[in-house]
Design a protein around this ligand. Structure first.
Ligand code: AKG
Length: 266
């Protein structure tokens, strides 16, 4: 599905926005599902809603709303094709998050590398960030530091528990140069893919428009999802529990003795 140039861009820069857009019917369905999810959880903000496709894994206390629909979106055939182009044919879907940044009050996401949070060894994962709304600079699009994944190691983070942040592990400011940042501007249905080591974050949303994205986390099934390590990392980041996280083998074979049974709904 991806061109050679798109694959090379992902390898060289750590991210790519492919020349692809989900059909509007799918985007409309996703937006309607997000409305329902928020209706079912009136006490929650849309800023970060974890694992809507497997809410039984969610320690946030989020009330489930059509998880099978969220799983279906995550397994869209075109998306899996593109992910296979980037990380190979053996693929595990191990997480999803809605980053739904409301208008006016939307939280920022601190500069970070995803690998700081995740119990995957060797560290390897590709995120698909799908725009549900129109996403631009003014409503707090994701920002990336192109090429920052290249060292293939984790940079120095500290804990920041400020209430206006979606996540609490933040890169030390001497670990990156914000002047190098690129904005990820997307139309509804467009998506970006980013590597687990890439430095990224986003600003607050002070605009009149919501900025919702549905993010899918895929790992190559040649890596292992280490639940014990997950325990330690989850305790640090506060909002996630990896011990019961359901792993869905969505393509190919598991090559790293992953537990594909724990946490699945009956
Ligand atoms: O949506 C955002 O603002 C942050 C997203 C993010 O950090 C991620 O998808 O890894």
């Amino acid at each position: 599905m991806l061109s050679d140039a798109e694959i090379k861009r992902y390898q060289d820069e750590g991210y790519v926005i492919p020349d692809y857009r989900l059909p509007m019917a799918v985007v409309d369905e996703m937006r309607a599902e997000l409305d329902q999810l928020l209706e079912a959880n009136p006490e929650m903000t849309a800023d970060s809603l974890f694992v809507p496709h497997a809410p039984q894994n969610n320690p946030q206390g989020m009330v489930a709303s059509n998880p099978h629909k969220w799983l279906k979106f995550a397994c869209h055939a075109d998306i899996l094709e593109m992910v296979a182009d980037l990380i190979g044919e053996d693929i595990i879907l191990w997480g999803t998050t809605v980053f739904g940044k409301p208008a006016h009050t939307g939280k920022a996401t601190p500069w970070h590398q995803d690998g700081q949070y995740w119990p995957i060894r060797p560290l390897a994962s590709c995120s698909a960030w799908i725009a549900i709304d129109e996403v631009g600079e003014e409503n707090g699009c994701m920002r990336v530091i192109p090429g920052s994944h290249k060292g293939s190691h984790l940079l120095k983070h500290h804990t920041n528990t400020a209430k206006d942040l979606t996540l609490n592990q933040e890169l030390d400011t001497d670990q990156y140069d914000e002047a190098d940042a690129a904005d990820i501007i997307l139309k509804p249905g467009q998506m970006s893919f980013h590597d687990i080591n890439m430095v990224h974050g986003s600003r607050h949303n002070t605009s009149d428009r919501r900025r919702a994205g549905y993010v899918l986390r895929f790992m190559p099934a040649t890596s292992h999802f280490d639940r014990n390590l997950g325990n330690q990392l989850g305790a640090k980041s506060g909002v996630v529990d990896f011990t019961q996280r359901a792993l869905y083998l969505v393509r190919g074979e598991d090559k790293a003795s992953n537990d594909l049974k724990i946490g699945h709904a009956h």
